[in-house]
Design a protein around this ligand. Structure first.
Ligand code: PA5
Length: 466
């Protein structure tokens, strides 16, 4: 069976130090599972792989088939947790150039995203790219009131209604939102759009394994049963509250130990360009869950070997407040060899007959060694292969580890109060009804200049009087 395994030997963390957290982990584990059905706790994702409504899964598959049969493009409208998971899985499991492939080769619709920014050029360019081609829309918003997707939906709803007329447009708009609340739910009810429900107790960034992620993922031709099966396997595996045998909780503990050592930036690294959006999804999951109360590891990402020629210098030699978590895919789905060349002017014959899988692995091993030697601990997550099953497992692994890690840190990993601040300011500036101007405009003061520490060589020397 294909698996996901944690390797801590390059993390410079001793097993005995991990095990110091054993009791705390049991307490948190029990608390999480005890509250899984509590409506106010947002813990529904814990049991989604085993408990997700089977009828909803069938409805998702049916809708995906219809979109595949009548649309060349699916426009996915959503932001944050209502968009990143779908994109992460689709990009990880389809052809690297999926959206660029000719239709006959791709066979399933192009998946294009909007409502994840407010940029007019992005939207105009997307409309131009769509041109006269057939499309459907999946608008996703749990609250149903988020500004970015709401604006995009207004624009694309008008576009699709003008193109097909009201009756046909109604059959091409799919809404994923709350069961009862929000403006989007009201619109969906009024217009009788096909609607999918985001369960009450599943927050945005933990929702990829609901219709939020599953409808676009299925439309791209990915086997959502296998994705859920992988997640189900992980759910069973990480029910073990004994830290000694639970890789997921060990990852959560290792991050906290490193954080205690002032390693407050975690770089999620992959040698697989297809994981670019998995890294983005992970950044959102961890950033929005843990960055609170002036605490938390700053989650960032890098793609190697690409970024070894940019961030690599900093990682090797810059401030030592970093650690890396590497997603290592053991076996690639395809390979290509370096051939022998008679002239060997590029001096690459030493690699003749070697596959790029081998070369990429050696780059990884060399980099891990260099970075660890340079003072950057490395945590490794080994995945046998990249497919629906292992990715489902990895998603569950990261979600559960995030909850555990956040609770060890002492914050609530399921809210995001900080996100409201920019929204309030933006609404005031835009004159949204109900939002009034602040009494005095915000004064941005220059940060007080701190005395810069002089280099050792200059310390203690008196200034020469001219
Ligand atoms: O994880 C979260 O809760 C957020 O990132 C939300 O997903 C994001 O803000 C979008 O919210 P909504 O789905 O309500 O439009």
């Amino acid at each position: 069976m294909q698996n996901v395994k944690l390797e801590l030997k390059f993390s410079r963390i001793l097993e005995k130090n991990i095990m110091k957290y054993a009791n705390q982990v049991v307490e948190i584990h029990e608390d999480l599972h005890k509250k899984v059905n509590d409506k106010n706790e947002f813990l529904g994702w814990l049991e989604l792989p085993t408990k997700y409504d089977k009828k909803e899964v069938e409805k998702i598959k049916k809708a995906a088939k219809k979109i595949q049969s009548d649309s060349e493009i699916l426009v996915v409208i959503g932001i944050g947790g209502s968009y990143l998971g779908a994109r992460a899985v689709i990009e990880a499991l389809t052809h690297t150039f999926y959206n660029y492939l000719p239709n006959e080769q791709r066979k399933t619709p192009q998946i294009l995203y909007v409502g994840n920014n407010l940029n007019p050029e992005y939207i105009n360019d997307l409309i131009e790219l769509i041109g006269n081609r057939d499309l459907s829309i999946n608008v996703i918003s749990k609250s149903g009131t988020t500004t970015e997707p709401a604006i995009a939906f207004r624009i694309f709803r008008e576009l699709i209604e003008n193109k097909y007329g009201l009756e046909e447009a109604q059959k091409r708009i799919y809404v994923t939102t709350d069961k009862k609340k929000g403006a989007l739910k009201q619109i969906a009810d009024k217009e009788k759009y096909t609607t999918f429900v985001i369960p009450d107790n599943v927050g945005g960034r933990y929702s990829v394994l609901t219709a939020v992620g599953l409808l676009p993922i299925a439309t791209a031709g990915i086997d959502i049963d296998k994705l859920l099966e992988g997640a189900r396997f992980a759910q069973g595996k990480y029910l073990d509250k004994n830290l000694k045998y639970n890789d997921c909780y060990k990852y959560a503990v290792a991050r906290n130990i490193l954080y205690e050592q002032d390693k407050n930036i975690e770089i999620l690294v992959s040698y697989e360009p297809k994981l670019h959006y998995m890294i983005e999804w992970w950044k959102q999951l961890y950033g929005e869950s843990e960055g609170k109360d002036k605490k938390g590891i700053y989650p960032t990402g890098a793609e190697f070997t690409t970024d070894l020629h940019s961030l690599g210098q900093y990682i090797q030699d810059g401030r030592r407040n970093l650690f890396e978590t590497i997603i290592n895919i053991e076996e690639y789905n395809s390979n290509i060899k370096v051939n022998q060349d008679e002239d060997n002017l590029d001096e690459l014959n030493y690699l003749a007959n070697k596959g790029l899988d081998y070369i990429n692995k050696k780059a990884m091993e060399g980099t891990i060694e260099a970075h660890v030697e340079g003072g950057v601990p490395n945590i490794i997550i080994n995945m046998d292969k990249l497919n629906e099953y292992t990715l489902g497992h990895l998603i569950y692994f990261f979600e559960l580890a995030c909850a555990m890690s956040g609770r060890i840190l002492g914050i609530n990993p399921f809210d995001q109060p900080g996100v409201e601040k920019y929204k309030t300011n933006m609404f005031i500036l835009l004159g949204k009804p109900g939002y009034s101007k602040p009494k005095a405009s915000v004064k941005i003061e220059e940060t007080e200049k701190k005395s810069v520490t002089k280099p050792k060589s200059q310390r203690g020397r008196k200034k020469k009087v001219e």
